[in-house]
Design a protein around this ligand. Structure first.
Ligand code: SAM
Length: 288
């Protein structure tokens, strides 16, 4: 039976900054400390990726998985005391794999560990993987140079930082591709906690929303962000009234939403199917 991981105090976790130095995964690799709800989010994302990669296998010669905030590979579910595979490693190990993987993290400990984890998981597959120790925003041009420039190519990108760390210009660069589906972490927690700081001009929130106008949308910021995505051609978006995934605290306050965006109706259909299929299992952790 699993038990809560009590090795660290909250202060230890702040000091260490996400990567645990005490618990080790397979191969002695470090783990990222995470809540059960992060694990539920990865499970949902993986379910979507399975549908996607199986359906697209015969249609596109090149299928690219991009994880711009990839983490170290393994995570520790601190609520249950269990190690699980984070988004990048789990996507890499899919039964029907992508033809290439672009896995990015700004933290060298994370990319070093991830490079070892994927090598251990499948040395053959690692030939099609690029683990890049880069900044998802400022290095986005270099990162995207790893996407094949051919007609028969489709890509999926996961943008899962801890706060409002994705620049809208980064999304704009992704939107330049004809076939690119994205899942974006919209951090309600970061926005609300730092609202006063973010109200000053040229703030982190301005870079996230891509405009200072978010200040005029006090009650519908998620909807406003969706409109911003739509302006880039991501017209296949969940609507405000359908059930959507939300990461909440134990007292039901929303921490963040994983927002899905695509240019193709089939991708949105896949995402809705994934939500429907996973909802009964993930209800406690994920759905509102
Ligand atoms: C919430 S974790 C990612 C979790 C990952 N999806 C998983 O399942 O393990 C966020 C990661 O983003 C990385 N990060 C933060 N800012 C970044 C940036 N500007 N560019 C690339 N990576 C960044 C952090 O080092 C951290 O590993």
């Amino acid at each position: 039976m699993s038990v809560e991981c009590n090795i660290c105090t909250p202060e230890d976790r702040d000091r260490i900054g996400g990567i645990c130095e005490r618990v080790k995964a397979e191969g002695g690799l470090p783990v990222r400390c995470a809540h059960s709800r992060s694990r539920a989010k990865v499970d949902l994302w993986l379910y979507y990726l399975q549908i996607f990669s199986t359906a697209m296998r015969k249609k596109f010669l090149h299928r690219v998985y991009i994880d711009l905030f990839a983490g170290p590979g393994y995570c520790m579910d601190r609520d249950r005391g269990e190690i699980f595979e984070g988004s990048s490693l789990a996507a890499y190990k899919l039964k029907v794999p992508f033809t290439s993987y672009i896995l990015v993290d700004i933290d060298k400990r994370a990319t070093d560990s991830l490079a070892k984890a994927i090598q251990l998981a499948s040395p053959e597959r690692s030939r099609s993987a690029y683990v890049l120790n880069m900044d998802a925003n400022t290095d986005i041009g270099r990162i995207l140079s790893f996407v094949p420039v051919v007609e028969s190519c489709i890509s999926v990108a996961f943008l899962d930082p801890s706060g409002l760390d994705i620049h809208f210009d980064t999304i704009r660069r992704l939107s330049e591709y004809k076939r690119m589906d994205i899942l974006i972490h919209f951090s309600v927690f970061d926005l609300n906690r730092n609202l006063e700081r973010y109200r000053v001009s040229k703030s982190k929130a301005d870079r996230f929303f891509g405009t200072p106008d978010w200040r005029n949308h006090e009650y519908d910021r998620v909807e406003f962000y969706r409109k911003q995505l739509e302006s880039l051609g991501f017209i296949e978006l969940e609507n405000a009234i359908e059930p959507h995934a939300a990461i909440t605290t134990d007292t039901n306050a929303t921490i963040y939403y994983p927002l899905f965006a695509s240019k193709h109706p089939l991708a949105l259909k896949f995402w809705r199917n994934a939500k429907k299929a996973r909802k009964p299992d993930l209800n406690r952790d994920l759905f509102e």
